[in-house]
Design a protein around this ligand. Structure first.
Ligand code: NAD
Ligand code: ZN
Length: 356
């Protein structure tokens, strides 16, 4: 199936099919005279050969492989990739193909956005989480002082999502992807939430994944299309993220996957919505789902409320005194509410007690 996304710069197509890596040639314009494939060393081991043969004899692709993991979203790898672009003599009729998860997409996209003031790039996501990162046009690398501090808004010319690549994902990466999937469900549809409560993320059918990716991308695209540069409603996508970022920073990046932290942060956001807005939400049902799918909720026990609060205030959404928190009036009806330190402390204490 496919879907067109309307960005300010141009429209682009997202294609989601099982096995399309084998017939890439059909999806890439033959006008491109050179292709640079950027991927990581885990993904390249499993899928690079397929992708190269999928391109047929039409292109003679250049390839640059970076080490897997968040630490490759760095100045060092960025510079190395620019060198590769120069060496391959990429010009405005060239294409960068980002093959991998959100890390590769963000890094390769940032290279594409700056080399020659921007050349075309295609996202080939290989993680479930990348349904989130491959649309919306944010690309970035990290600075020592913080994630995604150096970046730009730059949309791909196409997203080619081969769901056949998702079968090799480790369990925690599947959970991570579904953390963002269920966030998109809570932002949009009670029926979809109910449907997800029935599934075990350890035992997903290909059809289910395809369906969830398409739904998630539709929700994200819908929000981003009306607010590409994060002035208003794009903030709704941060549902669950204020606590998630604090947890990730506190544990150290790599100790928990992003989407697992979002899953836990979402639980908290739902509890706060109940308290502050008296929203009627299936919080207990959701908590059960998290636990039965082995989201690492027990990590909260060891975290300190004051430290978490401090981290949350550092988060970029903080304005003046209060923390602007994304909450839900009901499923599909998000809002942004200012919460005092006192409120957050009380809620966090209750929450950690509940989780322990
Ligand atoms: P990732 O790209 O690091 O992939 C996670 C791990 O899975 C890596 O070890 C990778 O090598 C491995 N992997 C990837 N595909 C695989 C496959 N098919 N089979 C087996 N292993 C595979 O991480 P991610 O979770 O996909 O993305 C996280 C990144 O995305 C972060 O850098 C985050 O900042 C970024 N992100 C960006 C946006 C955005 O809007 N641009 C949104 C959300 C997240
Ligand atoms: Zn996220």
């Amino acid at each position: 199936s496919s879907l067109t996304i309307h960005a300010n710069s141009h429209d682009y197509e997202v294609i989601i099919e099982e096995g399309i890596r084998h017939e890439l040639l059909n999806y890439i314009s033959s006008d491109y005279q050179k292709i640079l494939i950027i991927t990581d060393d885990k993904v390249s081991n499993i899928y690079l050969d397929d992708v190269i043969s999928g391109l047929g004899n039409e292109f003679d692709p250049h390839i640059t492989i970076v080490p897997a993991g968040e630490s490759s979203k760095s100045m060092k790898q960025y510079e190395r990739l620019l060198d590769a672009c120069v060496e391959a003599q990429l010009d405005r009729r060239s294409l960068i193909l980002a093959l991998g998860g959100g890390m590769v997409g963000d890094l390769a996209g940032f290279v594409a956005s700056t080399y020659l003031r921007g050349i075309d790039f295609i996202q080939m996501p290989t993680t479930i989480l990348a349904h989130d990162s491959s649309v919306g046009g944010k690309v970035a690398i990290n600075h020592q002082k913080g994630k995604n501090l150096i970046g730009s808004f730059y949309n791909p010319v196409k997203v080619i999502y081969d769901t056949g690549t998702l079968l090799t994902l480790p369990a925690e990466e599947i959970r991570s992807g579904y953390g963002e999937v269920i966030k998109h469900a809570f932002l949009s549809s009670p029926e979809w939430c109910n449907d997800l409560f029935q599934v075990s993320v350890g035992n997903l059918s290909s059809e289910q994944i395809k369906d969830d990716l398409m739904k998630g991308i539709k929700v994200k695209a819908g929000i981003v299309e009306s607010d590409e540069r994060e002035k208003g409603i794009r903030r709704y996508l941060n549902l669950g993220h204020t606590l998630a970022h604090a947890i990730e920073a506190e544990l150290g990046y790599g100790k928990i996957t992003h989407g697992e932290a979002v899953g836990i942060g979402l639980w908290f956001a739902l509890r706060v919505s109940q308290r502050k807005l008296e929203s009627s939400l299936p919080v207990d049902r959701y908590a059960e789902w998290l636990k039965s799918n082995h989201y690492p909720v027990e990590i909260l026990k060891n975290l300190d409320v004051d430290t978490l609060l401090k981290r949350m205030k550092w988060d970029k959404k903080t304005v003046h005194q209060k923390i602007n928190y994304v909450l839900l009036n009901q499923i599909g009806a998000p809002c942004v509410v200012g919460l005092s330190d006192q409120e957050i402390q009380t809620d966090l204490n209750l929450f950690i007690k509940e989780v322990s």
